[in-house]
Design a protein around this ligand. Structure first.
Ligand code: FES
Length: 179
């Protein structure tokens, strides 16, 4: 029965891994969350494609609408390809009061994202066309005493300013070119 399930159009190289993850977690409490987490982590661009979500729905029997509601409820899930590097800028009140809007605008300008439409949404996520950088916002890192707070590639930087942020972005960009 399972063998007749249509395979995702993309990520074919990961077919075995996807099947293994589903087999491991499908019957466990909170299994869907674990499945999605692992599949996103495995994806080169750290996102869950439509094809993969549909495939998970078919294999697990969980309605696609429920899978989407889980994937959109948790902010750590991405439904669009992410850049190799992530610059996440806090837009909470404390960080806003200490200049996070300028940090955000400056990062967008520096990475050539200033002309991309962000829809004015609170939760912003923009990725450079070469998929090298994603600039995102977050509501609060829970580190308000260090405002303004920025996270670059999962490393938190407190009391950030535009000059320092430029240096950090330059550094990860150079590192990316070397690897
Ligand atoms: S408001 Fe930015 S860390 Fe809390």
């Amino acid at each position: 029965m399972l063998d007749t399930v249509e395979r995702p159009q993309t990520e074919l190289e990961d077919q075995q891994y996807i099947d293994g993850v589903i087999a491991e977690f499908a019957e466990k409490p909170g299994g869907l969350l674990s499945i999605l987490e692992r599949l996103q982590e495995r994806n080169r661009h750290k996102y869950l494609s439509e094809d993969v979500l549909k495939y998970v729905a078919r294999r697990t029997g969980v309605p696609l609408s429920r899978i989407y509601s889980v994937a959109t409820f948790y902010s750590f899930f991405n439904l669009e390809p992410q850049g190799d590097h992530t610059v996440c800028i806090c837009r909470g009140t404390a960080c806003h009061a200490r200049g996070s809007r300028d940090l955000l605008n400056n990062s967008k300008l520096m990475l050539g994202l200033h002309e991309q439409e962000d829809g004015g949404a609170d939760k912003l996520s923009l990725t450079t066309p070469d998929k090298k950088f994603t600039v995102r916002t977050v509501a609060c890192f829970g580190q308000c005493a260090l405002a303004p707070v920025v996270e670059v590639d999962r490393k938190i930087y407190g009391r950030m300013n535009e000059r320092e942020l430029r240096k950090v972005i330059d550094k990860v960009d150079r590192k990316g070119k070397q690897s």
